[in-house]
Design a protein around this ligand. Structure first.
Ligand SMILES: Nc1ncnc2c1ncn2[C@@H]1O[C@H](COP(=O)(O)OP(=O)(O)OP(=O)(O)O)[C@@H](O)[C@H]1O
Ligand SMILES: [Mg+2]
Length: 264
């Protein structure tokens, strides 16, 4: 899905320059679940913004789905972002005056769909995160976990190929964090998404198939288990032990929760 070669990002502020990324090479396979960890200021959000086409590298190349994002005009990158890439943020970033449904619908406006099609998609997206009965609530009438579910529905309503999440559970308590991670796992598996998840949370990273760490702008793969096989590959195409590994990846539960937690 992604190939990054020698990506650097230098921010210049007055006379100061900050090297946020110092030569990142990274492949992200289609259907992969990749966790990115690292200390504060290491460059995680910078990398995610570059993956999302929200920012461009200073040098190096970023290939997304066979196209070099660094060579495309802004309008083409905006189009890719609107159709193929969903973002989930730590602070939810919902518009406080809009209802859950309107917040989700806002992601479809750039796609030029009819109102009726938009509303069907919004209802499906809210349903997929278990919030069909909260569509008319504004964010202040929702819990933190519910607001993040709206955030996830807003990311998914455009039916993206990729979901990029920057500390999506950073503002939530532990139980809610577990619910949100389980939900993201379920959606990743069911929708055959490619998921890149930035988290400080060791409990989430421990169970991830592949974990990268960024320190001081340099990325290393810290954990790369054989279960990282793509959720998009149909299992029947695989044979022998590979098949079992694939099943293990599909069954991978980021955090196990007792069944009594209300479910998803
Ligand atoms: N727009 C910007 N202008 C100037 N410097 C920036 C900008 N964005 C980030 N930086 C700097 O780049 C470095 C990397 O920042 P980044 O936000 O990517 O870190 P991070 O790993 O996401 O940290 P955190 O875990 O705290 O979110 C930091 O030193 C930061 O101060
Ligand atoms: Mg960050």
């Amino acid at each position: 899905m992604y190939t990054l070669s020698a990506v650097t990002k230098t921010y210049r502020k007055r006379r100061q320059s900050i090297e946020a990324l110092r030569g990142v090479d990274l492949d992200v396979a289609t259907g992969e679940w990749l966790v990115i960890q690292g200390r504060t200021g290491g460059g995680k959000s910078t990398l995610l913004q570059i993956l999302g086409g929200l920012d461009r590298p200073t040098t190096g190349t970023v290939t997304f789905d066979g196209r070099d994002l660094t060579g495309l005009p802004e309008s083409a990158v905006t189009r890719i972002r609107a159709t193929s890439i969903g973002f989930v943020f730590q602070a939810f970033n919902l518009i406080p005056t809009l209802t859950a449904a309107e917040n989700v619908e806002a992601a479809l406006v750039p796609l030029g769909m009819t109102g009726e099609r938009r509303r069907t998609r919004v209802a499906e997206a809210l349903d997929s995160v278990g919030l069909a009965d909260r569509a008319r609530h504004v964010p202040s009438e929702l819990s933190g976990g519910q607001q993040q579910r709206v955030g996830i529905a807003r990311a998914l309503v455009k039916q993206p190929k990729v979901l990029l999440a920057d500390e999506p559970t950073g503002n939530l308590d532990e139980d809610t964090r577990d619910e949100i991670v389980s939900l993201m796992h379920q959606l990743w598996r069911d929708l055959h998404l490619t998921l890149v998840l930035v988290t400080h949370d060791a409990a989430i990273a421990e169970r991830a198939p592949r974990v990268a760490e960024i320190r001081n702008g340099r990325l290393t793969i810290r954990q790369d288990s054989p279960t990282k096989l793509s959720a998009a590959d149909p299992p029947e195409r695989e044979a022998g032990h590979q098949h079992r590994e694939h099943e293990a990846a599909r069954e991978f539960q980021p955090l196990e929760r007792p069944a009594a937690d209300g479910g998803l």
